[in-house]
Design a protein around this ligand. Structure first.
Ligand code: SF4
Length: 365
C-alpha cells in the first residue's frame, strides 16, 4: 500500500485539496463562458454527475464579467482559465473566481505577475463567514508540454520530463518571490509516460498540491484509456490532489471516468460498481445492452456502496454474482436474481433491469 504524498492544504472555495484530503474531481466547460445560460446549464449537469470544481475559460473581459452571474447559479468552486492577458486574471478575481489558472511565463513579465499576485491577496475570501481569518485566491501554475520554453527544449534536447519540471519550478519561484504560497501545480503532457515521470520528479521537490491530468488525451475511447493508465500510474504512487480526465466530448463523461479511476485505485468509496461478463457462446439473454443499462441506472445510486454483477449464464454466472452484493445470472429468456450470495428467484428476461432497480431502491430495507 502506498502513502499519499503530504502536500499543503489549499482551499478552492469550500473544497480543500492537499494534505490528505480526498482527491477532488474537476472538469472544464466547453461552452462560451460569455453565454451564462449555457455555461450554467452545463455546470449544473456536471455538478449532478459529481464534479467538485469547475473551470471556465476566460478569453474576453465579457467572460470574466460573466463570472459574477455564473457564480450565483452554481454550487461548486469556479476557476478561471487564463492565457496571456493578466488583466483577465485580475478581472476574473474581481468577479468572484475561486481560483485562477495561469502560466506565469506567458502573461507578459514580472510586473504583470506582481499585479496578479497582489490581486489574489487582495480578493481574499473568508474561510468561514464567522471566522475572521482570511486566505488568498489560489493560483494554479500550469505547465504544458506544448508550450515549453525554447531554452528548456534546447537545454534538454527536446521536450522532456526534466524540462517540464524545471519550467514548473521556475513558475513557482516567480510567485514565491512575492511571498505567495496558495498554489496548485500542474504539468501536462499528452505523452503519458513523460507526464508520469514529470509528476514523480516534481512531487519530490515541492509540497504544493498537484493537479493531475493527461492533456489532449483524445476521444472518449482513447482519452479514457490514456487517462486511466496515466492517472493510475501517478495516483498509485501517492501523487495527486485533484484530477481532471480530459476527453473530447461532453465533459459530463469525464466525471464518471474520474470516479471510476479513483474507485479502482481505492481512493474513493461510495457508488455502485458494476461488474459484467464479456459474454460468450453460453450467453442466452441479450446481456450487452442490459449491462449498459444497469451501468447507466447505477449512476443514480451514488449513496449506495455496492457491487452489482451482470453475468451471462448459470454456469459461471452464479459464482461471480455471489461475490457481488446483488446480481443476475442469465438463463434462457430469464435470469437468476442473486442477493448476498443467495439465489432468490428466477426473473423473466424483460424484467431483469426493473428487478435490479427495485432491489437498489429498497436496499437495506
Ligand atoms: Fe460466458 Fe457465462 Fe462466463 Fe458470461 S459468465 S462469459 S456467459 S461463461
Amino acid at each position: 500500500m502506498y502513502t499519499r504524498n503530504q502536500t499543503r492544504v489549499i482551499s478552492i472555495g469550500d473544497v480543500k485539496i492537499g494534505g490528505g484530503n480526498p482527491v477532488a474531481i474537476q472538469s472544464m466547460t466547453n461552452t462560451k463562458t460569455e453565454n451564462v445560460e449555457e455555461t450554467v446549464k452545463q455546470i449544473l449537469a456536471l455538478e449532478k454527475a459529481g464534479c467538485q470544481i469547475i473551470r471556465c475559460t476566460v478569453p474576453t473581459m465579457k467572460a470574466a464579467q460573466a463570472f459574477t452571474e455564473i457564480k450565483k447559479q452554481i454550487h461548486i468552486p469556479l476557476v478561471a482559465d487564463i492565457h496571456f492577458d493578466y488583466k483577465l486574471a485580475i478581472a476574473a478575481m474581481e468577479h468572484g473566481a475561486d481560483k485562477i489558472r495561469i502560466n506565469p511565463g506567458n502573461i507578459g513579465g514580472e510586473e504583470n505577475i506582481r499585479k496578479v499576485v497582489e490581486t489574489a491577496k487582495k480578493y481574499h475570501v473568508p474561510i468561514r463567514v464567522d471566522v475572521a481569518k482570511e486566505r488568498n485566491i489560489p493560483i494554479r501554475v500550469g505547465v504544458n508540454s506544448g508550450s515549453l520554453e525554447k531554452p528548456l527544449v534546447k537545454k534538454y534536447n527536446g521536450v522532456t520530463a526534466q524540462g517540464l519540471v524545471e519550467s514548473a519550478l521556475d513558475k513557482v519561484a516567480m510567485l514565491e518571490k512575492y511571498d505567495f504560497h496558495d498554489m496548485v501545480v500542474s504539468i501536462k503532457s499528452s505523452d503519458v509516460l513523460m507526464c508520469a515521470q514529470a509528476y514523480r520528479l516534481v512531487a519530490d521537490k515541492i509540497d504544493y498540491p498537484l493537479h493531475v491530468g493527461i492533456t489532449e488525451a483524445g476521444t472518449v475511447f482513447s482519452g479514457n484509456i490514456k487517462s486511466a493508465v496515466g492517472l493510475g500510474i501517478i495516483l498509485n504512487q501517492g501523487i495527486g490532489d485533484t484530477i481532471r480526465v480530459s476527453l473530447t466530448g461532453d465533459p459530463v463523461n469525464e466525471i464518471a471516468s474520474a470516479k471510476l479511476i479513483l474507485k479502482t485505485l481505492g481512493l474513493r468509496s461510495g457508488g455502485i460498481e458494476v461488474v459484467s461478463c464479456p459474454t460468450c457462446g453460453r450467453t442466452n439473454i441479450d446481456l450487452i445492452p442490459l449491462a449498459n443499462q444497469v451501468e447507466t441506472m447505477a449512476a443514480d445510486f451514488e449513496n449506495l456502496n455496492l457491487k452489482v454483477a451482470v453475468m451471462g449464464c448459470v454456469v459461471n454466472g452464479p459464482g461471480e454474482a455471489k461475490e457481488a452484493d446483488v446480481g443476475i445470472a442469465g438463463g434462457n429468456g430469464e435470469g437468476l436474481l442473486i442477493k448476498k450470495g443467495e439465489v432468490i428467484r428466477k426473473v423473466p428476461e424483460d424484467q431483469l433491469l426493473d428487478t435490479l432497480r427495485y432491489e437498489l431502491e429498497h436496499w437495506g430495507e
